[in-house]
Structure formats: structure tokens, C-alpha cells
Design a binder for this molecule. Structure first.
Ligand code: ZN
Length: 366
């Protein structure tokens, strides 16, 4: 894997297109997004056209520069970008390679490193966010010193909401479809293809906007991939001398099993033994959602929640018990409806002390 820095820019519906581009980069096989920049607002180059939102990503990739450029062009096309002779025409998304580790040269007429980095704030500043110590080859200058001269020329906008949101553009309220709405043409085409495979007519009235709704629903149901524990916890940890068990019972969860992509859902019970730190109760539910809104197996989900609580609180112990009903079993009749699967993760005091564990198990039994 080789590291590279990408520039992202959008001046058509950028509040939606920029997060979508990040989401597509994350989903792209062969690309791992390592760091995302804040989001910046800048005027269009040449001074005409709507303002841009700009960002950068530090990635690791198995593609060589030419193949990476092809992949980026593919993402642009899927998001409705049409390249024209007008270099400054408004665009839903622009994805460019600014730097590629160990490479200096031309890819189809475009220079890498991109010499515009030294000229424009909207490229230099986001790039310096993701790789401040990256050296501009041949100059000895690092990105943070190049960007330092531009800091006042560019405005940060909603850094966390735009580039690091959890399900920013697909929310519970947002799963409905409006006539003529364009959301994710490539994904929608895939769903349309599935409907055809099922012997359905995707043009009949009831199904016409189904691909759009499914694309939104799937984005929402997997929005946990776009979140981070840091953002979820976000300053909700408090000092405390309490040393009694803290228990949050009956946290509803909804997830998708990774084997069938069918729902499994139920209740999670999360307890910890505080070690000077406690967390807001609602944050436990947000941690559960962060890991549930992904393709999962219940065992891993249970362990990830326990790991997360351990990571943010360093408690004397963590216990997580989850009871889930799985559509893939219920609908096949393998399991009687209503019966559920129970998984648990016990750490620290809950593992070593049968008394503590017993107390927890009694409490969640009602
Ligand atoms: Zn399954």
C-alpha cells in the first residue's frame, strides 16, 4: 500500500456531495482513507460560479498513480460529473491526486505533485491538515509551512458536520424519496438490477422510486462506518468518585447480519465499574448505534461495544449482554419466532468476580 493525498472539491450541492465522495472513497476496494481534513469554503477559481467546499484525504492505496486516477474518475462519473472543455465549470465533485508517495511525473497530462498546491489556499490548507509533515518533493518545504502563508485566505466551515458526520446525508427522516431526486445513481442502478433479477418491473408505479429509497436506507443502516468513537463521545466524559456499577438496561439496537444483509434487532445491556470517569447515559446508546449500524455478527458487535467502553473510560470492568432476534433465522423457521440469541462480553471485574457478574446478571433479568 502506498500513501497519497487527494483533493476533494464541489460547488454543486456541496453539503451533500462532499460527504458522499468521502463515503464512496471509504467504500472503494483498494483505498483506505487514513485522515480526513476539515472542510473549507473558497471562491471558484477565476471568480465566476458558486463557491466551493474543499477538503483533502490522506489515503493508502494499492493502485499505481494511473490506476488511482481512473478510479477517481469513475467515482466522479458515478456522482454525475461531466468533464467539459470549460475547466472552471461548476461540478458536483472534483477528485484530484495532489501527492503520491515516491512519484513525480505526469499522468495523462496532469502533473503529480500538483503544482497548484503552492498557488492555492483551497489545496494547500486541507492537504496540510491531513499530512502536515509531507515534504513537497524537490523543494524541501513541508505542507504545513506551505499552508501557513494561506491560512487567512480560506474559511473553515462546519469541520465535523461535513466531513466526519455519522449518516450526515441519510437520516431516519431522509429515507423518503422525492420525485426527480438524484441521490446515488450508481447504487440505485444496482438496486434496479436486483429488482429485474427478482422478475419485477422496476418501472411500475410502486417500485419507481424504490432504488432511491433503498440507497438511502442502506446508507443510513450502515452509517456507523462513517462515525468515530471520538465524535460520538464528544466531551461527555465526567470525573466522578462513584465506584458502584453503572448499568444501562434495554438499549434498543437494530443491525444487519453480514451473512444475509437481513435485520437483527433486540436489546443491549451495558454495565461498567467506574474508575474515576463516567459517561453520559445517552452516549452508551450512541456507542451501540455506532457499531450496530454496520454489517455485523452479534458476537462481534457485543465485543466492539465492550472495547469502546473500555477505551473511553478505562473502567475496572465492562459487561455487555445482547439479546437479538435474527430475521435470517426467524424467517426460515430455524428458530421459533420470539426466541432470541444471547451474546455477552465480560471484562475486568465482571470476568474475575462471580459476585459482580452475578449482580449484573440479576439486574438485567428484571
Ligand atoms: Zn444472517
Amino acid at each position: 500500500m502506498t500513501r497519497a493525498i487527494l483533493a476533494l472539491g464541489s460547488n454543486i450541492d456541496p453539503e451533500r456531495n462532499l460527504p458522499m465522495a468521502f463515503s464512496r472513497l471509504r467504500r472503494q476496494p483498494g483505498i483506505t482513507v487514513l485522515v480526513q481534513s476539515s472542510c473549507y469554503r473558497s471562491p471558484a477559481v477565476g471568480g465566476t460560479g458558486p463557491e466551493f467546499l474543499n477538503a483533502a484525504a490522506l489515503i493508502a492505496t494499492r493502485f499505481d498513480p494511473a490506476a488511482l486516477r481512473e478510479v477517481l474518475r469513475g467515482i466522479e462519473a458515478a456522482m454525475g460529473r461531466v468533464r467539459s472543455d470549460d475547466r472552471n465549470a461548476p461540478r458536483p465533485i472534483d477528485l484530484d491526486i495532489l501527492f503520491y508517495e515516491g512519484f513525480s511525473g505526469e499522468v495523462e497530462g496532469t502533473r503529480i505533485p500538483d503544482p497548484d498546491v503552492a498557488k492555492y489556499a483551497h489545496l494547500a490548507v486541507p492537504a496540510a491538515d491531513v499530512a502536515p509533515d509531507w515534504e513537497y518533493p524537490g523543494t524541501g518545504a513541508v505542507l504545513k509551512s506551505i499552508a501557513a502563508g494561506f491560512r487567512n485566505d480560506i474559511e473553515v466551515c462546519m469541520p465535523t458536520e461535513i466531513t466526519r458526520s455519522t449518516g450526515h446525508y441519510a437520516t431516519e427522516q431522509g429515507m423518503e424519496a422525492v420525485a426527480g431526486e438524484v441521490y446515488d445513481p450508481e447504487f440505485e442502478a444496482t438496486v434496479r438490477g436486483m429488482l429485474v433479477q427478482l422478475g419485477e418491473d422496476p418501472t411500475r408505479e410502486g417500485l419507481a422510486r424504490t432504488p432511491l429509497r433503498v440507497a438511502k436506507a442502506m446508507d443510513f443502516l450502515t452509517s456507523g462506518y462513517n462515525g468515530s468513537l471520538e465524535d460520538v463521545v464528544n466531551n461527555a466524559i465526567f470525573e466522578s468518585d462513584a465506584d458502584e456499577m453503572v448499568l444501562v438496561k434495554d438499549v434498543e439496537f437494530y443491525s444487519l447480519c453480514e451473512h444475509h444483509m437481513l435485520p437483527f434487532f433486540g436489546k443491549a445491556h451495558v454495565a461498567y465499574l467506574p474508575n474515576k470517569k463516567i459517561i453520559g447515559l445517552s452516549k452508551i446508546a450512541r456507542i451501540v448505534d455506532l457499531y450496530a449500524r454496520r454489517l455485523q455478527v452479534q458476537e462481534r458487535l457485543t465485543n466492539q461495544i465492550a472495547d469502546a467502553v473500555e477505551e473511553v473510560l478505562s473502567p475496572h470492568g465492562v459487561a455487555v449482554v445482547m439479546e437479538g432476534s435474527h430475521f435470517c433465522m426467524m424467517m426460515r423457521g430455524v428458530q421459533k419466532q420470539g426466541s432470541s440469541m444471547v451474546t455477552s462480553a465480560m471484562r475486568g471485574g465482571f470476568r474475575t468476580s462471580s459476585l459482580t457478574r452475578g449482580e449484573f446478571l440479576d439486574l438485567i433479568r428484571d
